[in-house]
Design a binder for this molecule. Sequence first.
Ligand code: RB5
Length: 151
Amino acid sequence: METKETLIIGSDHAAFELKEKIGKHLVHLGIDVKDVGTNGESSVNYVDFGKKVAKAVAEKEFDRGILLCGTGIGMSMVANRFTGVRAALCNDLFSARLSRRHNNANILVLGARVIGDMLAYEIVREWLETGFEGGRHSDRIDSIDAAYINA
Ligand code: RB5
């Protein structure tokens, strides 16, 4: 049986439209997507959706996730409270690439009110296709979680 890459995605109302478009784009790329909402443009609290995605990644239910809100800032704040989550707010291609190579980011965060659709698709593609370099970066990443466990 063919195994498909699966990721989890969530947004608030400010990024609902872009989330829907990215979801369709990912399916087109052959990637299965678990969408935890929101499911419309009615005002919601981004924290509720950020938690769903971050918890699933922290508990290794999914290897990777995508979160979107208006700026991406609120979602980043929420997701990075979960031990084991490395959420990277990337509204440009260079950050998306380096967040994978150096930080092994497991959640990509996008600001729907900051970037356009085409750039968002490019960022998602770059982020999904770029691998982690490992080496010296592994120790640094490990020390992030260690710092909080021992704090
Ligand atoms: C919603 O108005 C907005 O505050 C939210 O999408 C996000 O930008 C928060 O960081």
